[in-house]
Write a protein that binds this ligand. Structure first.
Ligand code: B12
Ligand code: SF4
Ligand code: SF4
Length: 310
């Protein structure tokens, strides 16, 4: 098959696997490499030192897999509708760990690429690799990067996981999504409870509740503890207020991303009472495993203190 037919067939197979959108970008150096350098130099990555180590690959994804020439980029909608509970959990975490669910789906897409282009080599990534995922998704035509730094699809909003398969298959790229559909809106910047945006498109991760509750190790300082409010794990505020989500986000019907009640509406006293072994038995296969038992107890204690002043 020729590159145009290969690309069309890969998109068809991606849709059949359950991805909500599939686009293709040729690999080239990241046009926002200078912004990444400035962001790292400013210390905004906090303790996420892996972002410094991976910078060369993020600035030029051709360094990740030297033989690769293209990225097949996918979106998977994880929106579940608006839930309310006293201790809030970001929606991306409500189901089974997406690294596992989408990792195996991307491996099936990679197998489809090798089936369509038999000599092709492939490598699949979701979140964990040194891949500039949002930038590749924008260049693959899937959406624009909003002022809240999220990749926003004009069709389904930003409650999406991004996945990437790098390959040397001969593919025809999509046009990049050049429009900036934020316009004069700044709802996300104004709504952020911790003022974590130092400017549009620039997040000081050290102030972000998602970083504090998931990536931060050790005890909170008193201001950090107060700043997480009632967020037990992650934060959705800068997405909840985005008009593109208000208008276009629709609950997913993906069975592999079905919400688990013990995560979506967690039992705070129960969580505080779990020892390490019981925590692993209950939450070991969920996103809560990243901060672990100690991190989740710290988060739960902060939410309880912020709720009733204890
Ligand atoms: C580190 C990280 C975090 C950090 C830092 C977030 C950040 N904004 O950088 C923390 C822990 C805070 C975090 C939080 C969240 N994350 Co996160 N995170 C990542 C990770 C691993 C790397 C991101 C990164 O490189 N950051 C460094 C900064 C400098 O990069 P950047 O903000 O993307 O900026 C680039 C471009 O925006 C561009 N740029 C810079 N300036 C400008 C200016 C203009 C005009 C333009 C157009 C572009 C541009 O250049 C930069 C360099 O390439 C990616 C996965 C991956 N491998 O990419 C997931 C990822 C970005 N996270 C994701 C998610 C879901 C979240 C949360 C929503 C989870 C939650 N609900 O709690 C929040 C959202 C917070 C937010 N507003 O970003 C998804 C986002 C999906 C999407 N549709 O965009 C990703 C892609 C994981 C995935 N595979 O699905 N995350
Ligand atoms: S996830 Fe929450 S704390 Fe982080 S930037 Fe968005 S609104 Fe602010
Ligand atoms: S809330 Fe407004 S400014 Fe922020 S990302 Fe959405 S459209 Fe852009």
């Amino acid at each position: 098959m020729n590159p145009v037919d290969n690309s069309a067939e890969i998109k068809r197979r991606g849709a059949a696997l359950g991805f909500d959108a599939v686009g293709i970008a040729l690999l080239e150096s990241n046009p926002h490499a200078a912004e990444l350098d400035r962001w790292l130099e400013a210390g905004y990555a906090g303790t996420m030192t892996y972002l410094h180590r991976q910078a060369d690959k993020r600035k030029d994804p051709r360094h990740i897999m030297p033989e690769a020439t293209a990225a097949v980029v996918t979106l998977a909608n994880y929106f579940h509708g608006r839930g309310e509970s006293d201790a809030r959990v970001a929606q991306y975490a409500w189901s089974a760990d997406y690294h596992r669910v989408l990792g195996s789906r991307l491996e099936r897409l990679a197998a489809a690429i090798r089936d369509i282009a038999p000599a092709a080599r492939t490598r699949a990534y979701v979140d964990a690799g040194p891949v500039p995922e949002r930038e590749l998704a924008q260049r693959a035509g899937l959406g624009w990067i909003g002022k809240n730094t999220m990749l926003i699809s004009p069709d389904i909003g930003s409650f999406t996981f991004i996945g990437v398969v790098l390959t040397d298959a001969d593919l025809s790229p999509d046009l990049p999504f050049e429009a900036d559909r934020c316009g004069t809106c700044r709802a996300c910047l104004d709504a952020c409870p911790t003022n974590a945006f130092v400017a549009p498109h620039t997040l000081d991760a050290r102030r972000c509740i998602s970083y504090l509750t998931i990536e931060r190790r050790g005890d909170f300082t008193p201001p950090e503890r107060a700043s997480v409010g009632n967020w037990l794990f992650g934060c959705d505020v800068c997405q909840d207020v985005c008009p593109w989500n208000v208008r276009f986000a629709r609950p997913t019907d993906d069975p592999e991303l079905a919400p688990r009640p013990e995560i979506a509406a967690p039992d705070l006293p129960g969580l505080l009472a779990l020892d390490a072994a019981a925590f692993v038995a209950r939450y070991g296969d969920t996103p809560f495993a990243r901060p672990g038992a100690a991190g989740m107890r710290r988060n739960a204690a902060a939410v309880r203190a912020n709720g009733d002043g204890t």
